[in-house]
Design a protein around this ligand. Structure first.
Ligand code: ZN
Length: 73
């Protein structure tokens, strides 16, 4: 079975060896905030620090809470 591989031409932009920080920074901030929100819901969404009333969020993340060693009950 013959396979064809596209060869880069002079018009093909070369992939930079390193990614520029300006290109990564917005995504790093976005995922950092996303992870902080997730960490809040796993670790602190209970009792006095609860944003969402009821036990639904707590029950959804209960196993993750124990897995990460947050105090629970
Ligand atoms: Zn628990």
């Amino acid at each position: 079975m013959a396979q064809t591989v596209a060869q880069p031409t002079a018009n093909t932009p070369a992939v930079p060896a390193t990614l520029p920080l300006k290109a990564i920074a917005p995504w790093a901030v976005f995922f950092g905030i996303l992870m902080l929100v997730l960490l809040y819901f796993v670790g602190a969404e209970q009792g006095a620090t609860s944003v969402v009333s009821g036990e639904d969020v707590h029950e959804w993340v209960h196993d993750a809470r124990h897995l990460l060693g947050f105090p629970c009950h």
